[in-house]
Design a protein around this ligand. Structure first.
Ligand code: SAH
Ligand code: SF4
Ligand code: F3S
Length: 482
C-alpha cells in the first residue's frame, strides 16, 4: 500500500526537502495537518517539541514510527476526511507495522476526547491543542503501557511563547506566527471555542523576537495568527498592548518584511487598526473580514454581534481610510431557519461589497454548539446545496470582474516559489493577496518583483515581470497603470 498515493495532499510530494537536522533522530514522526492556518502553525510547534526530545521528522508515512494527524472539527466533512485517513493508517499498522503509534491531535481530539478511543480503538494518542508540551511523555506512556494515552486539558495561559517552531514545510519566504489562542466569541454555529478554549494573548516581546529571527533567516512575510486575531490584548507592567499597536511594532522590524494577519472579527476592526494599514507601507492592504451572512436577523441568530448595516459601514470606512484595500470574507449558506429572502440578502451583500475573494460553506451542525442546542438544522440539504451554489457562482463572477480590472496594472509581487503548473514559471502574491503567475527568468523566491498584469482567471492573475524592486521603493507607486 502506498500511503502517500492515497493522500489528497499530493502537493507534499514537491514540498521542500527536510534538512538533515530536521530528519535526524532514532524514531521518526510523520505529521499530517488539516484545518486552518493555526493548525499549520501548531504542527510546527509539535515538530519543535518532538525534535527537542530526539525525534526525527519524515515526509514518508511508511518510514514513520509515529503518525500524528493534526485535525479539524469545524464541519462534519473535515472530520470525515480524518476518519478516512485513520482507517488507512490503522490498516497499515495492522498489516505491516505493528509498532506504529498513531495519534490524533488538535480540534477533533479535543471535541471527541475519550470517544475517539472508544470509536477508533487503534488510536494510541489523543492530544488536545493546549497539551502539546506533554506529547513526549504521552508517547512514552503509550510505548511502555501499550495503552492509549490522552491529554485534552485546555489551558488559560498556554501560548507556546518560548517554543521556536520548526518550519519543516516552509517555502523560506512566508511564515505564520501565532500571537493568540482560543476564542471567547461563541458564534452559534462554531465549535472553535469548545476545541480551543478561552482567548489568551502571547507576550509582545516573544512575538517581536520571533519575527525578528524570521527576518534574519531571510523570510519576507509574516502572517500573525489567532482565531480572533484583532482582539489581541497583552498587559505588561500595567500597560496594555492592543492589536493595532502590536501590528505597528511588528511592521517596524524591517521595511522589507510584509505583514499580514488572520482571522479578524468585524467587531474588533477599529479605525486605529485601519490607520496602521494606511500608515505602514509593509502592512498589507488586505483584510480577511468574515461576514458569514447578509441578513441582520440571521446574524443575530448566529450571535455575530453586528448587523448588515454595521458591516457595510465598516467596509465603507475601511475603503475610505485605506484606499485600494482588498477584502475577502467567509459565508455560511443554509444556517438554521434561513428563508429564501434571507438567503437573497447574502447575495445582495456580496453584490454590494464586491469582495475579491470568499470562502463559502454549507452550514454543518456541530454537536454542543449554541445552534445545535437551540435551533433546528431545518434547511433541507438540497436547498443548502442550491443556495451555496448560487453564492459560489455570484462570487466567482465578482472575483473575475475584480481581477479583470487588474489587467494593465503593475503590482509588486513577493515570489514564493515555482508555480503549480510549470517549473518555468514562478508564483507569488500581491500586497492585496492575489496570486500572480509569471515567467521565471532569473527571479528567485524571496524577490520582490514588479509585474504587469496581462491576464486573469477568477482565482489567479498572470503577468509579465518588469524587474526586481524593494518593498520600500514600491511603497508609494502602486498599483500603477502603465
Ligand atoms: N475565527 C474565524 C473563523 C474560524 S472558522 C472567524 O471568526 O472569522 C472558519 C470559517 O468556517 C468561519 O468563518 C465560518 O464561515 C465557517 N464555519 C464555522 N463553523 C461552521 C459550521 N458549523 N458550518 C459551516 N461553516 C462553518
Ligand atoms: Fe468561531 Fe466565531 Fe470564534 Fe470565529 S469568532 S472562531 S467563527 S466562535
Ligand atoms: Fe478547524 Fe480547529 Fe482550525 S476546528 S478551523 S483546526 S481552530
Amino acid at each position: 500500500m502506498n500511503l502517500i498515493q492515497d493522500l489528497e495532499i499530493l502537493d507534499d510530494l514537491d514540498a521542500p526537502k527536510l534538512t538533515a537536522e530536521e530528519a535526524e533522530g532514532a524514531r521518526k514522526v510523520y505529521i499530517e495537518t488539516y484545518g486552518c492556518q493555526m493548525n499549520v502553525s501548531d504542527s510546527e510547534i509539535v515538530a519543535a517539541i518532538l525534535r527537542a526530545h530526539g525525534y526525527g521528522l519524515t515526509r514518508d508515512p511508511e518510514q514513520a514510527d509515529v503518525v500524528l494527524l493534526n485535525t479539524c472539527a469545524i464541519r462534519e466533512n473535515a472530520e470525515q476526511k480524518v476518519r478516512h485517513r485513520l482507517d488507512i493508517f490503522r490498516a497499515h499498522k495492522r498489516k505491516q507495522r505493528p509498532g506504529l503509534r498513531i495519534g490524533v491531535l488538535g480540534c477533533m481530539a479535543e471535541r471527541l476526547r475519550h470517544k475517539l478511543l472508544e470509536e477508533e480503538q487503534l488510536v494510541d494518542l489523543v492530544v488536545g491543542p493546549d497539551a502539546y508540551r506533554d506529547l513526549p511523555r504521552l508517547l512514552e506512556e503509550a510505548e511502555t503501557t501499550g495503552q492509549a494515552a490522552v491529554n485534552v486539558q485546555l489551558s488559560r495561559e498556554e501560548t507556546y511563547a518560548d517554543i521556536a517552531p520548526v518550519r519543516y514545510d516552509s517555502n523560506g519566504v512566508t511564515a505564520y506566527v501565532s500571537i493568540m489562542r482560543g476564542c471567547d466569541n461563541m458564534c452559534a454555529f462554531c465549535v472553535v471555542p469548545f476545541t480551543r478554549g478561552r482567548e489568551r494573548s502571547r507576550p509582545v516581546q516573544s512575538i517581536l523576537d520571533e519575527c525578528a529571527r524570521l527576518v534574519e533567516e531571510g523570510y519576507r512575510e509574516v502572517t500573525v495568527l489567532g482565531q480572533n486575531v484583532n482582539s489581541y490584548r497583552y498587559t505588561e507592567n500595567g500597560t496594555v498592548v492592543t492589536f493595532p499597536e502590536l501590528l505597528y511594532r511588528v511592521s517596524l522590524i524591517s521595511p522589507e518584511l510584509r505583514v499580514r494577519y488572520s482571522t479578524s472579527h468585524p467587531k474588533d476592526c477599529s479605525d486605529e487598526l485601519l490607520h496602521v494599514h494606511r500608515e505602514r507601507h509593509n502592512v498589507c492592504n488586505y483584510i480577511h473580514l468574515p461576514v458569514q451572512h447578509g441578513n441582520t436577523d440571521v446574524l443575530r441568530r448566529m450571535r455575530r454581534t453586528y448587523t448588515r448595516e454595521q458591516y457595510l459601514a465598516l467596509v465603507e470606512r475601511a475603503r475610505r481610510i485605506v484606499p485600494g484595500i482588498s477584502l475577502s470574507t467567509d459565508i455560511i449558506a443554509g444556517f438554521c431557519g434561513e428563508t429564501e429572502e434571507e438567503h437573497r440578502d447574502t447575495l445582495s451583500l456580496l453584490e454590494e461589497v464586491r469582495f475579491d475573494h470568499a470562502y463559502m460553506f454549507m452550514y454543518s451542525e456541530r454537536p454542543g454548539t449554541y445552534a445545535a442546542r437551540k435551533y433546528k438544522d431545518d434547511v433541507p440539504l438540497e436547498v443548502k446545496k442550491r443556495r451555496l451554489q448560487e453564492i459560489i457562482e455570484l462570487q466567482t463572477r465578482i472575483s473575475l470582474e475584480n481581477n479583470r480590472k487588474e489587467i494593465g496594472r503593475v503590482h509588486t509581487v513577493l515570489v514564493e516559489g515555482p508555480s503549480k503548473r510549470s517549473p518555468e514559471q514562478l508564483c507569488g502574491r500581491t500586497d492585496t493577496n492575489k496570486m500572480v503567475v509569471f515567467d521565471r527568468q532569473d527571479f528567485r523566491p524571496g524577490d520582490y518583483v514588479r509585474v504587469r498584469i496581462t491576464d486573469c482567471t477568477s482565482a489567479t492573475l498572470f503577468g509579465e515581470p518588469l524587474g526586481r524592486t524593494t518593498l520600500a521603493e514600491s511603497a508609494h507607486t502602486e498599483p500603477v497603470l502603465v
